[in-house]
Design a protein around this ligand. Structure first.
Ligand code: NAI
Ligand code: MG
Length: 349
């Protein structure tokens, strides 16, 4: 079997970490022996914008629809192209038009890394964030003026969107430690969150073997730090998920290792796999960027394609590399991108 992957390295360190991750993924496919990747690289991003006035061609979305998945590095050259142009012209456009309504971000304290937690045990969780509606729905406005001015922002929770995120969280829990926590705030938000809780209970009935609990978001954030061992999969609304994933990333130690995926779980369009970090212009072109976030993101693509065991082997190779002390500067080490990539390839063999 051949998977056709559209590759958008983008800008800055995206151009360095994406080829590193592709090397690792090719080796993983080779190890498995039952499939291969066919990579097609698109030079879209800020350089393309400076030449053409567009972040990608007008038919870019149509072109991408012809591929199985999208593997993206990062976009942004803030000194030359305003961030809202680079973001909305490429990333957000792809997320929206491909209906990638679920954002998944694992967070794990990897072997070989120091922990900011008092009890550094078992921080290994996945946040499933509803990515298309909720608090970030574009609904509301401003009325009156002066002392009477009022700003209104509506949160929109559809049954379909809510169920979709929850169902996916339960499906992931099946492949992990069989537990889902729902992030709620029904003691303070009186319409949407009680609805969220109801849907959670309803969806949960289809997953009787999976542990399930609702926790208020404020307490949940504290428990991330105080008792991380109590979490496996967390399902959260757009806003709550946004905040929790940044907290998770911070606990992991560096934004340079944090992976993410924007999923079209209906598999009607390609999903997009991209690390959490940006193009890091401050270190771009020096060969010192941490490739582990992009490599771990590649592991998420393997998982999504159904190769869970292979994905686990990639993550094990990442941990073995760190445990050996082979780390880039963001993790306090002195190794280069090349050193880290070679070590991961060695451990994967
Ligand atoms: P950033 O994530 O690019 O960098 C933040 C800090 O983390 C920098 O000091 C950088 O050197 C460091 N860092 C990030 N990734 C690293 C890695 N793999 N290895 C070692 N160090 C790493 O965020 P920043 O500086 O706010 O944004 C830079 C540009 O990237 C902007 O244009 C921004 O809009 C864009 N951006 C793009 C994203 C995407 O494509 N998904 C996500 C976040 C930012
Ligand atoms: Mg955020």
């Amino acid at each position: 079997k051949t998977y056709r992957i559209a590759v958008i390295p983008g800008d800055g360190i995206g151009k360095e970490v994406v080829p590193a991750a592709i090397e690792v993924l090719d080796q993983a496919a080779h190890l498995d022996g039952s499939f291969q990747f066919e990579w097609t690289t698109f030079p879209w991003g800020c350089d393309y914008y400076l030449e053409t006035g567009k972040m990608m061609p007008d038919n870019g979305i149509e072109i991408l629809k012809g591929y199985d998945q999208i593997f993206l590095g990062a976009v942004g050259m803030p000194n030359l192209v305003p961030d809202h142009i680079s973001l909305w012209g490429l990333l957000i456009k792809i997320r929206r038009e491909m209906k990638q309504s679920i954002n998944v971000r694992p967070a794990k304290l990897l072997q070989g890394l120091p922990s900011p937690l008092r009890k550094p045990n078992d921080f290994d969780l996945v946040v499933v964030r509803e990515n298309s509606e909720g608090e970030y729905a574009e609904s509301g406005g401003r009325i009156h003026s002066g002392q009477d001015e009022v700003a209104i922002q509506n949160a929109i929770f559809t049954r379909k969107g809510t169920e979709r995120a929850m169902r996916y969280a339960f499906e992931i829990a099946k492949t992990r430690r069989q537990h889902v926590t729902s992030a709620t705030k029904s003691n303070g938000i009186t319409y949407s969150m009680p609805f969220w809780d109801e849907v959670f209970v309803q969806v949960g009935k289809d997953f009787k073997d999976i542990g399930q609990v609702s926790t208020h978001i404020d307490a949940l954030a504290a428990f991330f730090v105080m008792k991380p061992e109590s979490f496996d999969v967390i399902v959260a609304s757009n806003l709550f998920g946004d905040i929790l994933t940044d907290l998770g990333g911070a606990i992991m130690g560096s934004i340079g290792i944090a992976p993410a995926a924007n999923l079209n779980i209906e598999r009607q369009y390609p999903s997009m796999f991209e690390p959490v970090h940006g193009s890091a212009p401050d270190i771009a072109g020096q060969g010192i960027a941490n490739p582990l976030g992009q490599i771990w993101t590649g592991k998420m693509m393997l998982d999504f394609l159904g190769y869970h065991e292979l994905g686990t082997r990639v993550l094990n190779a990442i941990e073995a590399t760190l445990a050996q002390g082979i780390k880039t500067a963001d993790l306090g080490g002195t190794s280069t991108l090349r050193d880290v990539t070679s070590a991961v390839l060695n451990h994967l063999r």
